[in-house]
Design a binder for this molecule. Structure first.
Ligand code: DX5
Ligand code: ZN
Length: 233
């Protein structure tokens, strides 16, 4: 049973599109960010994943609305999937909406009122996601997963690209997948690579985020195709 009071229609809320690959720009070359974003899009990335960290919720600082706006101006047609690893994500929804975000995800570990976050996203024309950290129990999403357009499962600890995939999150992912309705998306973020992409998809994920697996190599198109379709068993 789903209850998504969304009027937002976008790539993530459309049921007719298959597995999406979201290129996390955290591992892009910031000296040529626009060109790197465009190269990932040209190579088949469906969305650009913008990792926002505040040094409190996540032990790193990354990018804010100004960088998001620059990405938007450089790639006017791109879908911008913004991952807010912030202690107070709700306060930053409007600045990111104004900076060109299409979607924002906040974390269950810090949101006192997930429904208010979801509703604020929708009022701003954004689809809404809820993220869960590797160590956070599934029960934290009781009554919450059902009301979001997307659930993001962290398969590394928030903060940095290039970490190893935490295998035990797969069990939680399968359980979340079983709860979601057909129009809801399930996104995996952290350590996703061609070698584990098939396992991630088999666990129910239809949005695969990758930074290192795309920007860390030379053939973005081959990596993106492998994330979408390949990866063996
Ligand atoms: C981690 C970020 C991830 C990260 C993924 O805090 O949320 O999106 O950029 O990087 P890789 O794909 O290298 O694990
Ligand atoms: Zn992320």
């Amino acid at each position: 049973m789903t209850d998504i009071a969304t009027g937002v229609s976008n790539l993530l809320t459309r049921p007719d599109v298959g597995t999406l690959v979201s290129a996390s720009i955290l591992s892009a070359d910031f000296t040529k960010l626009s060109a790197d974003c465009q190269a990932a899009l040209d190579a088949g990335a469906d969305t650009l994943h913008v990792d926002v960290m505040d040094g409190h919720f996540a032990p790193n600082l990354s990018m804010g609305p100004a960088v998001c706006g620059a990405v938007r101006r450089g790639a006017p047609e791109a879908f911008l999937d913004v991952h807010l690893m912030l202690t107070d994500p709700t306060s930053f929804l409007e600045p990111f909406a104004k900076a060109g975000a299409d979607h924002c995800t906040g974390h269950i570990e810090v949101l006192e009122d997930p429904t208010a976050f979801r509703d604020r996203c929708h009022r701003l024309g954004l689809s809404a996601g809820i993220a869960i950290n590797p160590e956070t129990p599934l029960a934290a999403l009781d009554g919450v997963a059902e009301i979001f357009d997307l659930v993001l499962v962290m398969s590394v600890h928030p903060g940095f690209s290039g970490q190893s995939f935490i295998e035990p999150v797969l069990e939680k992912t399968r359980a979340i997948s079983a709860r979601l309705g057909p129009t809801q998306r399930l996104e995996m973020d952290g350590g996703v690579a061609p070698a584990n992409a098939a396992t991630v998809r088999a666990a129910g994920c239809d949005v695969l985020v990758a930074a290192t697996a795309i920007f860390g190599g030379h053939d973005y198109a081959a990596s993106i195709a492998a994330l979408r379709n390949g990866g063996g068993g």
